[in-house]
Design a protein around this ligand. Structure first.
Ligand code: BG6
Length: 504
């Protein structure tokens, strides 16, 4: 994980496939603009939007300028935009048409001539998954994938999620990618890894000596990871109904948070050293028990309810969702890692839409102190210490400690030590996509998912998905929009002597 400051990035042409989509407007172009504002893009930087519908260069440019005004983290600076704009163009073509790729190559060669030296090609796959295979095939056949192989200007490819929909499709995709690109050229994106607080997780763990001695089964009684959203599926029902919470959130974002929380210290900050440790952590997770009474998985779907005081309709009534859909909008799991550090510690993870509020956090619950002194007096078990890593919102870290309340009696109360990013560092930190695009341009894969990470995560979850598929709507629990999810998810913890901490 290198410093994101000035790094040597060769002249670059970035080609975005699916450039007319939402992601380009909302995230990618604002990220590029903000990088340019910080003078972090190379002097010679070109952007080619690639899409199936014809768009003129001028229309593409003016569309991007409008989206910048709407979505950029910082106000649009005319000088910066005027510098970027001439390098922006649009290439109309199908994803499965070899001749479009030949034309693209000619365009890139012309840019190279103009620059007078090798140019790095960064291919950004932001299309629906059906576009991935033909695009990769054509990048390979046209020779674009191998351009400047084994040099700093070697072509690179960024792949958006979803990375497959089960273990087999992820493997197939990996094989296809690896036939065309070597792994060091591939950047599988998970925007959670670009979040400032997620990057900070490793720093908190390994740059502070107080955590490591207690970060194990001897002192930790359980860990909870919650990634909840108050929004519903909005306009994305078409995509979401084929995915569900497990594929959309757990397989990637939540499993990455889990891997970073549980991995061993890497031998260095080399991307491969970090990713090796994440893979080992993922491999240590035991297969999940699917059947009652010991089931370790819960799925649910939201029904009508109140979210933030506003009435929200049920998932099956959402526009674009069939009333007989049994896609889960909530998934909760109890995971066990079969390794020296974590044996016996339950990891409760959950993610869902239309929950009580939007929050992503990791709560490490330490073992209860023995109730010999104060616990005995008050006949109350002592509260366990909780370390809460707030990924978003209210980014920061909290640690609860037992303290004496002021007064003549010895009464105990948990109090909180809290660090907040905003109060300490101010707001306006770079967006995840800024960091991730910059890293990929510089060839640093630390914050991207390696092929084997994706496969290990799918390997764990595919049996659950297959089981759910085979059960249809049997076992699909309901929860009211605006609640904290199905009761069965509370039971999952209660049966094991715990309860969700974020719900309190
Ligand atoms: C995306 C999912 O990957 O992450 C969305 O596809 C979800 O369904 C989003 O809403 C959440 O991201 P964030 O950064 O808002 O927590």
């Amino acid at each position: 994980m290198k410093n994101s400051g000035k790094r040597s990035i060769p002249p670059t042409v970035m080609v975005i496939f699916g450039a007319s989509g939402d992601l380009t407007a909302r995230k990618l172009v604002p990220a590029l603009f903000n990088l340019s504002l910080d003078h972090l893009l190379p002097e010679n930087f070109f952007l080619i939007g690639y899409g199936r519908k014809h768009v003129s260069d001028d229309d593409f440019r003016s569309g991007l300028k409008k989206s910048l005004s709407a979505y950029s983290r910082r106000p649009v600076n005319k000088d910066i935009w005027d510098k970027l704009e001439p390098g922006v163009s649009f290439h109309t073509g199908a994803y499965d048409d070899p001749s479009s790729f030949e034309e693209l190559k000619l365009k890139i060669e012309k840019i190279e001539e103009m620059v007078g030296g090798p140019i790095q090609c960064m291919f950004y796959l932001s299309t629906p998954p059906s576009g991935f295979l033909p695009i990769l095939e054509n990048l390979g056949n046209s020779g674009l994938a191998r351009l400047h192989k084994n040099t700093p200007s070697a072509s690179k490819v960024i792949i958006e999620k979803p990375f497959g929909r089960d273990l087999n499709s992820a493997r197939e995709l990996n094989q296809m990618i690896n036939r065309r690109f070597s792994e060091s050229q591939v950047f599988r994106i998970d925007h959670y890894l670009g979040k400032e607080t997620v990057q900070s997780l490793l720093v908190q763990r390994f740059a502070n000596s107080i955590f490591e001695p207690v970060w194990n089964r001897n002192y930790v009684s359980s860990v909870q990871i919650t990634v909840s959203e108050d929004l519903g599926v909005g306009s994305r029902a078409g995509y979401y109904d084929r995915s569900g919470a497990m594929r959309d959130m757990i397989q990637n974002h939540v499993m990455q948070l889990l891997a970073l929380t549980t991995m061993e210290p890497p031998s260095s900050l080399d991307p491969e050293a970090i990713r090796d440790e994440k893979v080992k952590a993922l491999q240590a997770i035991k297969p999940l028990k699917l059947n009652d009474p010991h089931a370790e998985v819960v799925r649910g779907v939201y029904t009508e309810g109140l979210v933030g005081g506003e009435k929200a309709i049920g998932y099956q009534n959402e526009n674009g969702v069939s009333s007989t859909s049994y896609t889960e909008t909530y998934a909760g799991l109890c995971l066990q890692l079969d390794n020296w550090r974590w044996k016996g510690v339950p990891f409760y993870i959950r993610s869902g839409k239309r929950l009580a509020r939007k929050v992503s956090e990791i709560v490490v619950q330490f073992t209860r102190p023995p109730a010999i002194l104060f616990g005995h007096d008050s006949r109350q078990p002592l509260s366990p210490n909780l370390l809460t890593i707030r990924i978003q919102p209210n980014e920061g870290v909290g640690l609860s400690l037992n303290s004496k309340t002021p007064g003549l009696e010895t009464k105990l109360q948990p109090v909180n030590l809290s660090f907040g990013y905003e109060t300490t560092f101010g707001s306006n930190t770079p967006e995840a996509y800024e960091r991730l695009i910059l890293d990929a341009l510089a060839g640093d894969g630390t914050l991207f998912i390696r092929g084997d990470e994706a496969e290990n995560s799918w390997g764990l979850l595919t049996p659950v998905l297959d089981y759910w598929q085979s059960m249809g709507n049997h076992g699909l629990e309901e929860y009211a929009a605006g609640s904290w999810g199905p009761l069965a998810a509370d039971k999952l913890l209660l049966q094991r002597g715990h309860e969700w901490i974020t719900n309190k």
